[in-house]
Design a protein around this ligand. Sequence first.
Ligand SMILES: *[C@@H]1O[C@H](CO)[C@@H](O)[C@H](O)[C@H]1NC(C)=O
Ligand SMILES: *[C@@H]1O[C@H](CO)[C@@H](O)[C@H](O)[C@H]1NC(C)=O
Ligand SMILES: *[C@@H]1O[C@H](CO)[C@@H](O)[C@H](O)[C@H]1NC(C)=O
Length: 199
Amino acid sequence: MVLPKFSLCFWLLLSPLLILFMNYPVKCDSDEEDNLYQGINKYRASINLKALTRNDNADCLANKIADQFKKQPCTNTTGANTVPGTEPQFSNYPDLLSKCDLAISNTRDGNIMPVCVPGLVPSLVLTNFTKSLYSDSLNDTTYTGIGIGSEDNWIVVVLTTNTPAGTFSPYSSNGANLISKSGLLYCSMLFLVGYIFLL
Ligand SMILES: *[C@@H]1O[C@H](CO)[C@@H](O)[C@H](O)[C@H]1NC(C)=O
Ligand SMILES: *[C@@H]1O[C@H](CO)[C@@H](O)[C@H](O)[C@H]1NC(C)=O
Ligand SMILES: *[C@@H]1O[C@H](CO)[C@@H](O)[C@H](O)[C@H]1NC(C)=O
């Protein structure tokens, strides 16, 4: 499983210039995240809604949020079972945003949905979104994009919109920075892991 990712990341690392010219998308997602992405879009198709497109910066934020949650155990009051209005707040949220090249102004309309499933069993992960209160948001035509991140037993979905306050477009967009820092960091980590496995 590591090898195909390894080779893609290998090239991502070795040929950054080529990638800049080709506007090559960063694709180093875990299987759990890909499964969930496909599952959510199948769910959307089943109720005649447009597929959500993957957003790199929302992916980054989802990973940062999952990282905040990862040490918390799964209980019947966490994740999809959280009572609305009692969601955990992170005092370092502005930092997490800026690490993903985002700001309050272009993320306000977004929606962050954390889920906790031991072992991230794909079928349970999907139903935690589609058969919980979160389905309310998945049913919503306002949302057009999605980011997914996971850490340990936690997987986080971030929904984005087409409105200026929900685009999750890079805040300091300068046109040349086509590879997100997070994507590159993630690839570097996979690269190292892949390298260790090869040796
Ligand atoms: C959650 O679990 C605790 C025991 O672990 C139980 O007492 C409580 O009733 C449960 N709450 C719900 C809403 O299922
Ligand atoms: C969500 O996942 C938990 C495991 O953490 C599982 O017990 C529960 O049944 C799932 N809920 C739904 C609605 O699928
Ligand atoms: C979302 O739509 C599905 C299919 O129409 C429905 O079963 C579900 O109850 C809706 N969710 C909410 C929270 O309204």
